[in-house]
Write a protein that binds this ligand. Structure first.
Ligand code: AMP
Ligand code: ZN
Length: 570
């Protein structure tokens, strides 16, 4: 049974206290001038104005960015980073090398998978939309069901423009012309992308719509001859498999996809690979600016975006530790290791493998194997149990890091999806607050379940003893900050024109400060009667033991978003 729904803008979880500052009109928080009654308040106000001015300037830049990835312009591979070159020119450059110019070695699987040949040099059609979307029966591999579905693609041609409507196997209609021009997705290159606003408009299809938008931006339909019907069949089935729960729902999946897109599309200046002669008296040369997207292969990009969309598929709203404790059948199946992540990957891959969903059908066998390898690596990397190991591997590798080496690109891809997965503290306060309320509510539902089962309630999951600020302080200090810092210091976080540092770092420091202030106020006001102890809520630690069958919050939890069922053009 599906859970009842509750409003997406549900009230903050009990005792989740707002420490909010209003958003500015451009969606960015204002830095609190009262953060401390500093004697430097005039200077502070000056720097606030300065920051807002810079952010506004940045908006113009983003428009420019969107212009350079216009409708379906190329975000093609560029192996030689460009020094201080206008990014517009940088990405539009007709002569830049594509996949075939990148040299690949082979993939050696850390998980024991066989060595997989890397992407072959394969010329790809640039006219897919003109030729392949037409219903045809000359493909001998097509089943009758494929043909029937193709017939549900109606096409009108007016001049050179192709107007395509796709209806999925379960009757969901997508008008790709509308999607291509949807103003709701005009801000995908913005870190403050208004995801909740858009999910109110498209409560059932936000993930498929955003994925379409991003695949289009990166030209993946054309490059990999992706069938639009199979694409929408898959991504719509995928989004339907996300539960209507407060946090691990399709909005989170879309948010992580968006994070991967933002982090890969903007130019960065990696600090690794900068060679300076030891004898030189000159300062080390400024690292070159290029987007990660321009340095990854298109297959790696498609794998990263697909993995982001898949990464929490069929999440039951309970932690790995809980599933292990109750000996859930998923924990048994995966031997208590990365239980959820294995489940998300395996089940969403099964979904992708259905003939009607198999949008990667036109990859050749070597590409297919590598795509699967990459998707699995990216999804499994989202287990926070591997968090510090991945950061340490990255830090250890930094001195020799080289984005021409595919294992280094894989590592960077893992950092990107991980950062996107825990991005909320790095967002403007309004967005961070909503995500915090949601994760807290999901934790409390687990706490309720634990109470019902007679289990010890996991720290921070007791709704009767909410400690939101402490949880956030701990999560930011111990989990988000080390990753953000590692990426920032190595130059992997975009610093947009007009800003002196990454907006992720600005937001995270601001949000962290607010939670700390809240803790100070709480501590000054009352003595807590209960203390739940340290750790970050059992998110990272695994626990063991005890009874029972599969938890199903859909059966017994209050749940999400009456709004989700009411609104929208879905
Ligand atoms: P995932 O389950 O793939 O989304 O992994 C990220 C994990 O980070 C979540 O399951 C949460 O346990 C944890 N997390 C994310 N955001 C927060 C937050 N704001 N506060 C505490 N824990 C969080
Ligand atoms: Zn996630």
């Amino acid at each position: 049974m599906l859970p009842s729904r509750r409003s997406e803008s549900h009230s903050p979880a009990s005792r989740c206290k707002s420490a909010g500052h209003p958003l500015t009109t451009n969606g960015f928080h204002s830095i609190p001038s009262s953060a401390s009654s500093s004697t430097h308040s005039m200077n502070r106000q000056g720097s606030v104005d300065n920051l807002i001015f810079k952010l506004l300037t940045r908006q113009k830049y983003v428009a420019k960015c969107l212009g350079f990835v216009p409708a379906r312009s190329s975000v093609a591979i560029q192996t030689t980073p460009v020094v201080e070159r206008d990014i517009v020119g940088c990405l539009n450059e007709a002569s830049k090398p594509r996949i075939s110019n990148i040299t690949f070695s082979t993939v050696t699987s850390a998980t024991g998978l066989p060595t997989v040949p890397a992407e072959p040099n394969k010329a790809r059609s640039s006219s897919y939309w003109k030729t392949e979307a037409t219903p045809s029966n000359n493909n001998e591999h097509e089943t009758p069901a494929d043909l029937l579905r193709k017939i549900s693609v109606s096409r009108k041609e007016s001049g050179t423009h192709v107007d395509t409507v796709v209806t999925t196997i379960d009757g969901q209609r997508y008008d790709t012309k509308e999607l291509d021009n949807d103003p709701d997705f005009s801000e995908t290159a913005e870190w403050a992308f208004p995801i909740f606003q858009i999910s109110r408009k498209y409560p059932k299809t936000i993930l498929s719509r955003l994925t379409y938008n991003i695949f289009q931006q990166a030209e993946l339909f054309r490059i990999f001859k992706v069938s639009p019907i199979k694409f929408f069949n898959f991504f719509h089935a995928l989004e339907k498999g996300y539960w209507e729960i407060p946090y691990h729902n399709r909005i989170h999946a879309a948010d992580v996809l968006h994070g991967c897109y933002y982090l890969s599309v903007h130019p960065v200046r990696p600090q690794f690979g900068v060679v300076k002669s030891p004898d030189s008296l000159l300062p080390a040369p400024l690292p070159l600016a290029a987007s990660i997207m321009s340095q990854m292969s298109t297959l790696e990009l498609m794998a990263l975006f697909t993995a982001a969309a898949m990464h929490d598929y069929d999440h039951p709203g309970r932690t790995n530790a809980f599933l292990v404790t109750v000996e859930d059948k998923k924990a048994i199946l995966y031997n208590d290791r990365s239980v959820l992540e294995n489940h998300h990957a395996a089940e969403s891959w099964k979904l992708l493998n259905r003939p009607e969903n198999h949008f990667i059908e036109n990859l050749d066998p070597a590409e297919m194997k590598r795509f699967r390898y990459l998707v699995l690596e990216y999804i499994l990397a989202t287990d926070l149990k591997q968090h510090f190991e991945i950061i340490m591997t990255f830090n250890d590798r930094l001195a020799d890091m080289d984005l021409q080496v595919e294992s280094d690109r894989l590592l960077v891809g893992k950092l990107l999806i991980k950062m996107a997965d825990i991005n909320s503290p790095t967002k403007p306060y309004g967005l961070h607050r909503q995500w915090t309320d949601r994760i807290c509510e999901e934790f409390y539902e687990q706490g309720d379940d634990e109470r019902k089962r007679g289990l010890a309630i996991t720290p921070y999951m007791d709704r009767g003893d909410a400690q939101v600020a402490k949880l956030q302080d701990s999560f930011i200090a111990h989990v988000v900050s080390p990753l953000a810092q590692a990426m920032h210091e190595s130059g992997l976080l975009p610093i947009l024109p007009g800003l002196e540092t990454s907006e992720l770092m600005i937001n995270m420091q601001h949000n962290h400060r607010k939670w700390k202030e809240e803790i100070e106020v709480e501590t000054a006001n009352y003595e807590p009667t209960t203390c739940n102890g340290g750790g970050v809520n059992g998110v990272i630690e695994e626990e063991s033991a005890s009874t029972s069958d599969s938890p199903d919050p859909r059966r017994d939890s209050p749940s999400l978003d009456s709004e989700l069922s009411q609104v929208g053009a879905d």
